[in-house]
Design a protein around this ligand. Structure first.
Ligand code: ADP
Ligand code: MG
Length: 322
């Protein structure tokens, strides 16, 4: 069915009818702005991501429902990485003239399912025609009690570097897609429907446990690099400590891919060494592995250490990340 049969306002109405407004909403979809209350003494967190057809995704590698899911999850992941609670979702859609109602429905079904999973309410957006390809702009707002949000700048020498879940799964799936090979479903899910670690981020912020935190979108080495740069320190990481999934190993995934591959959407955080003992209880409570992989040092730069403690790569290895 052609989109023109619905029109812009028919389409917006279709989205609104599938949406449950946030309990914090004063005004949701339909006015000039969304209007919300925040819980008392909470600070607003806002993040947005742009997904462009041909740049960030290919229609032949992903279906629209998964694209909808992922576009919401990657934004929710940024709220998680600050230790916040995700609350409001805004959806900007640039749609090519060839897009159909069924396609928009599939995208919306994925986006709204993921929104529901994380307790985020669709509260607004913008809809227009794109001259070429799908353009998706997603904004998520969340909040955290004043003073609790965790930045990238708080890591200190002596802190432990820790990562949730496993590394490299998503990159391995992408590598196979690029070679026109398909992957078995549990691993494929890690690429097409990555998790956002909201409960972990909240728990770390609430306990004041994380000194710095980031979600893994660019890859472990690159994202740890962002923490190091903003915190003004360096790190030593033991490669044999990196958490690799059984499926990743079985499919031939390498440590190098785990270090450089992107889009894991796990949380990478630092914590004071004196509090490392709190990790196992938290991991158990959340049913999510939390693995110490190294430590923060004063000397700038990222040192990757092999099992024998020797430097695994010449300094400046992985410098294609700048
Ligand atoms: P304006 O002209 O003020 O930008 P619009 O006509 O674009 O308003 O939008 C009308 C209402 O519909 C607004 O509340 C807007 O947030 C909402 N809206 C528009 N597009 C979307 C969308 N893709 N998803 C959710 N809400 C949308
Ligand atoms: Mg508008």
């Amino acid at each position: 069915v052609k989109l023109s049969s619905l029109g812009e306002f028919g389409l917006i109405d279709r989205l609104r009818r599938r949406t449950t407004p946030s309990p914090l909403a004063v005004r949701g979809i339909g006015d000039d702005c969304a209007q919300h209350r925040l819980p008392p003494d909470e600070e607003l967190l806002t993040t947005m991501d742009l997904l462009l057809e041909g740049v960030h995704f290919r229609r032949d590698w992903t279906d629209l429902e998964h694209l909808g899911r992922k576009s919401v999850a990657v934004n929710v992941s940024d709220i998680a990485a600050m230790g916040g609670t995700p609350r409001f979702l805004y959806l900007g859609l640039g749609l090519p003239a060839t897009a159909t109602v069924e396609e928009v429905d599939a995208f919306a079904a994925g986006a709204l399912a993921e929104a529901e999973r994380y307790g985020v309410a669709l509260a607004g957006g913008d809809t227009c025609r794109s001259a070429s390809g799908w353009v998706i702009a997603v904004t998520v707002e969340g909040s955290a009690p004043a003073g609790q949000a965790v930045g990238r700048d708080g890591a200190r020498p002596g802190d432990i570097v820790c990562v949730s879940g496993s590394l490299g799964d998503s990159a391995l799936v992408l590598q196979r897609l690029q070679r026109n090979e398909s992957m078995s479903s549990p691993l494929a899910q890690r690429h097409h429907a990555p998790p956002a670690r909201v409960a972990l981020g909240r728990a770390l912020a609430q306990a004041g446990l994380a000194t710095a935190m980031i979600d893994l979108s660019d890859g472990f080495a690159a994202d740890l690099g962002h923490i190091l740069e903003q915190s003004g320190c360096g790190a030593e990481v033991e490669l044999d400590q990196l958490p690799l999934s059984a499926a990743f190993r079985a499919a031939g995934g390498t440590v190098e891919l785990a270090v450089t591959g992107g889009e894991d959407y796990e949380l990478l955080f630092t914590l004071p060494a004196a509090r490392q003992g709190e990790l196992s209880g938290l991991a158990q409570r959340l049913n999510l592995p939390l693995t110490p992989v190294g430590r923060i040092v004063a000397a700038p730069g990222l040192q990757l250490l092999a099992a024998d403690g020797r430097r695994a790569l010449p300094q400046g290895g992985f410098n294609h990340f700048g």
